[in-house]
Design a protein around this ligand. Structure first.
Ligand SMILES: C[S@@+](CC[C@H](N)C(=O)[O-])C[C@H]1O[C@@H](n2cnc3c(N)ncnc32)[C@H](O)[C@@H]1O
Length: 342
């Protein structure tokens, strides 16, 4: 739709039903066609390849970060995985596939809706049998299946997962809470840690085991269950871990639920700190919980758990292929803090 202010054209934008905001597509009166998408996608790829140095696997389109609202596209070798968060964008999927196929080595594009109930049909463009691949991340290898969670793999934690290796020692016991397909577990296992991973998804844990084997890691175990329950049981059993990693899903998707989300983060971090001896790695991917709110919550958990924590390094966030423009503060959503414990 065209937006006007005092009869003067301002922008072309998407209005997403049920949302309180509109998403700007362009400030020009231009056609939203193949050429439009081609230019924006090319620019997104060039920035990642030329400035950030990404090659085979990376987030290729990050919505407003690439001036392509409602579109997220991850590249896993020659497979693309795209999530659309507005129905209008569905009609552009074939064009986007054409552009991506022309600009990269991608030969399969899996398209799905970002949220349940948004009535976007899942569809595969290109080679329909090409839905699984093995990607490299630092010293680790991971199997990615497009029919997994979100786009198949959480690329946003890439740098934090790679960096964790520097803090793991041979023989450490590591607890990886909300481990999904074993992202942090693999990097800890590579360094010789004994890993216990916990996740509520059976499907994710099956892939997590395959990933441990893919990396020749033998000393691991996974528990399928609710993180809060499992952690309480581990405390009752008198267990402790050198390093505890907490990477839960977003606890809130709206401003009005922030208070409850902070309570959940407080409890999760309290339980994590009760179990942790040397380090706590703690994350939040809730857009509406900002850095300070999150850090203050962890401080409060540490007081409850009677553990002195020291922040290691600065605030960590998402991997840089999840572009943060200066125009949209909501693009920076991932919070990750490394703490030493005394
Ligand atoms: C942000 S992802 C974790 C990503 C992972 N750390 C990685 O690096 O790939 C969150 C995970 O939490 C899991 N999850 C959601 N609710 C949970 C719960 N109550 N207890 C345990 N796991 C849960 C989801 O299945 C998902 O795998």
């Amino acid at each position: 739709m065209d937006l006007y202010y005092k009869d003067k054209f301002v922008a072309q934008a998407l209005y997403v039903k049920g949302s309180s905001c509109i998403k700007i597509l362009t400030l020009k009166k231009e056609d939203i066609d193949r050429d439009f998408f081609y230019r924006r996608i090319k620019r997104a790829i060039e920035y990642r390849e030329n400035i950030l140095g990404f090659k085979d696997t990376y987030r290729m389109i990050y919505a407003e970060g690439d001036y392509l609202p409602s579109i997220v596209l991850d590249k896993y070798n020659n497979i693309g995985s795209m999530q659309l968060s507005s129905k209008i964008m569905e009609k552009y999927a074939p064009i986007i596939y054409e552009c991506v196929e022309e600009l990269t080595d991608i030969s399969t594009l899996y398209v799905q809706g970002a949220n349940k109930g948004d009535s976007i049909k899942s569809k595969i463009y290109g080679d329909k049998n090409n839905i699984e691949t093995i990607i490299k991340e630092g010293n680790g290898k991971f199997k990615v299946n497009l029919k997994g969670h979100k786009t198949g793999f959480f690329l946003d934690q890439r740098d934090n997962r790679i960096d964790i290796e520097g803090y793991i020692r041979e023989g450490d016991r590591v607890l990886d809470i909300c481990c999904y397909t074993g992202g942090f577990s693999v990097h800890c296992g590579i360094k010789g840690a004994e890993v216990l991973g916990v996740d509520i998804s059976k499907k994710a844990l099956e892939v997590a085991k395959e990933n441990m084997e893919l990396n020749n890691i033998e000393n691991y175990n996974f528990i399928e269950g609710n993180a809060f329950d499992v952690m309480r049981e581990l405390i009752e059993e008198g267990e402790s871990f050198d390093v505890v990693i907490l990477d839960p899903p977003a606890f809130t998707k709206t401003f009005k639920d922030v208070k409850n989300a902070l309570k959940a983060y407080n409890t999760l971090n309290y339980l994590g700190l009760k179990l942790a001896k040397r380090m706590l790695i703690t994350c939040s991917c809730s857009h509406h919980v900002d850095r300070e709110m999150f850090k203050n919550t962890v401080i409060s958990s540490s007081l409850r758990a009677k553990k002195e924590i020291k922040q290691i390094g600065g605030y960590r966030t998402q991997s840089p292929d999840h572009i943060i423009t200066m125009a949209n503060k909501n693009l920076e959503y991932l919070k990750c803090l490394f703490f030493g414990i005394e």
